[in-house]
Design a protein around this ligand. Structure first.
Ligand code: NAP
Ligand code: ZN
Length: 351
């Protein structure tokens, strides 16, 4: 992608950052790194709020670098197009075994969109900000038929559930797949599952999400995970499960829901370790595996699939200064199903 004058690097930037692990965000001024040979600088329009942003601002995974500007579901406008976005990565080595086979997400030198040291020593800052810089390979084209705000969450939530469905073979019409946790990732998993022709069962702690899961999201059935009778009735019925839960939760009931040879694809990243009872895997030859976002080729494939099947996130668009309230609401599972910050219209320069 050739650079134009509008791509010139806007050194001074501003956004909202957490200064420490209290997790509270406030206005912040900073500098963006200089653009390299193949980098593109751009103006941020919308940014989805992933639960990972909360794990990171609270330093729950122990590797946050403060001040920390979160946000990796970024819809932006460049000089060439306003139908573009970046997700969780802004660069990778581009030459390792993973990068060569379009698995940049597993590149040992992959650069996350925020809170890591870039190759030039600068720290990356995410999309809760006015402008960003990304290597051109990490830019995703958003097809015309997808709404620009509701497409933003697909850049992280979308690819995070689409990739394991493909990788673990849970994308074949007629299979019965459970989705645990009906949040940002989970609701998109339900929609992709239905678009792939699956039978989808939601496994949730929130009975109040049942009606909408069935009627609006199109799930085939709904299990309340704390209701032992409901769970027991569904034991041994599922070919696979996508587990999106953000906190510690019992795994044994999930193993029990699987048929022989069933698979659990774990994408949620709870702060504390999960307990995996061996007997749950051994009986019925079951498998548990993980998955982290997806490579860039697959991310574009996911976006095109979403456009073709009219899959988009259900969002609540918020102003930048609502972000701390939004964090509290996400922690109470009180969002249907993704907050998207209207950065373009509501982020004001700090005074
Ligand atoms: P989210 O919108 O907060 O959804 C998480 C859902 O998990 C909640 O809506 C809730 O669903 C359920 N849940 C929450 N606490 C629970 C508990 N104590 N026990 C059982 N269920 C509980 O979060 P998200 O943005 O979808 O992210 C989900 C997780 O995936 C996070 O840990 C995030 O960091 C991780 N993630 C991983 C990747 C990756 O590449 N692997 C990428 C993005 C995010 P119900 O109300 O239906 O129970
Ligand atoms: Zn690499």
């Amino acid at each position: 992608m050739a650079k134009s004058p509008e791509d010139e690097h806007p050194k001074k930037a501003f956004g909202w950052a957490a200064r420490d692990s209290s997790g509270l965000l406030s206005p912040f001024k900073f500098s963006r790194r200089a653009t390299g040979e193949n980098d593109v600088a751009f103006k941020v329009l919308y940014c989805g709020m992933c639960h990972s942003d909360i794990h990171m601002v609270k330093n729950e995974w122990g590797d946050s670098i403060f001040p920390l500007v979160p946000g990796w579901e970024v819809r932006f406008k460049s000089s060439k197009s306003d139908r573009v976005g970046v997700g969780c990565m802004v660069d990778s080595c581009r030459s390792c075994d993973n990068c060569k086979v379009d698995l940049e997400n597993h590149c040992p030198k992959m650069i996350l969109t925020y809170s890591v040291k870039h190759y030039d020593g600068t720290i990356t800052y995410g999309g809760y900000s006015d402008c960003m810089v990304a290597e051109e390979r990490f830019i995703v084209h958003i097809p015309d038929s997808l709404p620009l705000d509701a497409a933003a969450p697909l850049l992280c939530a979308g690819i995070t559930v689409y990739s394991p469905m493909k990788h673990y073979g849970l994308d074949k019409p007629g299979l019965h797949v459970g989705v645990v946790g009906l949040g940002g990732l989970g609701h998109v998993a339900v929609k992709f599952g239905k678009a792939m022709g699956l039978k989808v069962t939601v496994i949730s702690t929130s009975p109040n999400k049942k009606e909408e899961a069935l009627k609006t999201l199109g799930a085939d059935s709904f299990l309340v995970s704390r209701d032992q009778d409901q769970l027991k009735a569904a034991f041994g019925t599922m070919d696979g499960i996508i587990d999106t839960v953000s906190a510690q939760h019992p795994m044994m009931p999930l193993f029990s829901l699987l048929k022989t040879d069933g698979k659990i694809a774990l994408v949620g990243l709870p702060e504390h370790p999960l307990e995996v009872p061996a007997v749950g895997l051994v009986k019925g030859r079951k498998t548990i595996g993980g998955s982290m976002i997806g490579g860039m080729k697959e991310t574009q494939e996911m976006m095109d699939f979403a456009a073709k099947h009219k899959v988009k996130a259900d969002i609540e668009v918020i102003a930048m200064d609502y972000v701390n309230t939004a964090v509290e609401r996400i922690l109470k599972s009180d969002v249907k199903y993704r907050f998207v910050i209207d950065i373009g219209n509501t982020l004001k320069p700090p005074s």
